[in-house]
Design a protein around this ligand. Structure first.
Ligand SMILES: NCc1[nH]cc(CCC(=O)O)c1CC(=O)O
Length: 317
């Protein structure tokens, strides 16, 4: 019989300390408590400081891409888990490298939240209504490239910080509009900050946007058994497809790559878009396959887009 976690031997849930990360860790704990009828004390939320969180020491306008690469936010958390200081790590799948370090496994996903991006603006109702030449703020390479491609008239400036900081910058007139993931806003009970969600046809989201994954040690049978009932299979099927596509493009959350899979009946539909960072060119495509062939669908779409890319398109890789 498995030893259930209790106040004396709690399951330690590791997370970053940002408001969104904490909301995701609390959601994970709530689902575990409900699934197993366990009290709050059976789970301990352990906040781990990461290099990504220290970037305040780096000039505010430095692109994250220059600070570090894939896994910026995850390395210290994974080290803590390998060392046994935590038992689970809760991650935004959008920020996760497509491969995990030896000894760890990431195969538990919570039901995916709204995968769309949000348009956030104090004076205009939608992206389409932004006046010619408006200044928009985003530090996402993907969003910047997508905006420049569709609206070459817009001026894109770097924008980071938490939701409150960004809203203050909008009030101060630093930019007319900014963009955030709907999922993050909803998970922080701040969906009203979104002026309007943006349809994927107008801004294809990042791979895995809106999905939370829970990582554990491969040989931790207790964690494996506890996670089994909170795993969401449709989310896993969509992510298998999207992440195979991303891996085949050798991308990460800091590259101008977008991708979204949906389940339609017994098939998976995948749309992908890759862009030059300056938005001068975009290549997109779609595919369909049986749900069980999701990874192959992802790899095939990646190959299809790559074969259409002219020399030099991937200079950002
Ligand atoms: N790169 C930062 C990041 N990673 C995950 C989310 C939002 C939550 C999600 O997509 O699951 C965000 C913030 C944002 O894009 O607004």
């Amino acid at each position: 019989m498995m030893q259930m976690p209790d106040a004396k031997s709690p399951l330690k849930i590791g997370t970053r300390g940002s408001p969104l990360a904490l909301a995701q860790a609390h959601e994970t704990r709530a689902r575990l408590m409900a699934a197993h009828g366990l009290p709050e004390e059976a789970f301990e939320i352990v906040v781990i400081k990461t290099t990504g969180d220290d970037r305040g020491m780096i000039a505010a306008d430095t692109a994250l891409k220059e600070v570090g690469n894939k896994g910026l936010f995850t390395k210290e958390i994974e080290d803590a888990m390998s060392a046994g200081r935590i038992d689970l790590a809760v991650h935004s799948m959008k920020d996760m490298p497509t491969e995990q370090p030896p000894g760890l496994i990431l195969n538990c996903y919570l039901p995916r939240e709204d995968e769309r991006d949000a348009f956030v603006c104090l004076n205009h109702a939608s992206l389409g209504e932004l006046p010619q030449g408006a200044v928009v703020g985003t530090s996402s390479l993907r969003r910047a490239a997508q905006l420049r491609y569709r609206r070459p008239d817009l001026q894109v400036v770097g924008f980071r910080g938490n939701v409150q900081t960004r809203l203050r910058k909008l009030k101060d007139g630093v930019a007319e509009a900014t963009f955030l993931a709907m999922a993050g806003l909803r998970r922080m009970n701040m969906a009203d900050v979104a002026t309007a969600p943006i349809a994927p046809e107008d801004m294809l989201p990042a791979v895995a946007q809106g999905a939370i994954g829970i990582e554990r040690r491969i040989d931790d049978a207790r964690a494996e058994a506890l996670l089994a009932p909170i795993h969401d299979v449709p989310t896993a099927q969509r992510l298998a497809c999207e992440r195979a596509y991303l891996a085949a493009l050798d991308g990460s959350c800091e590259t101008p790559i977008a991708g979204l899979a949906r389940i339609e009946g017994d098939t998976l539909w995948l749309r992908g878009e890759i862009l030059r960072p300056d938005g001068s060119e975009a290549i997109s495509g779609e595919g369909r396959a049986p749900i069980s062939d999701g990874a192959e669908l992802g790899r095939n779409l990646a190959q299809q887009l790559l074969s259409q890319a002219p020399t030099g398109f991937f200079d950002w890789r």
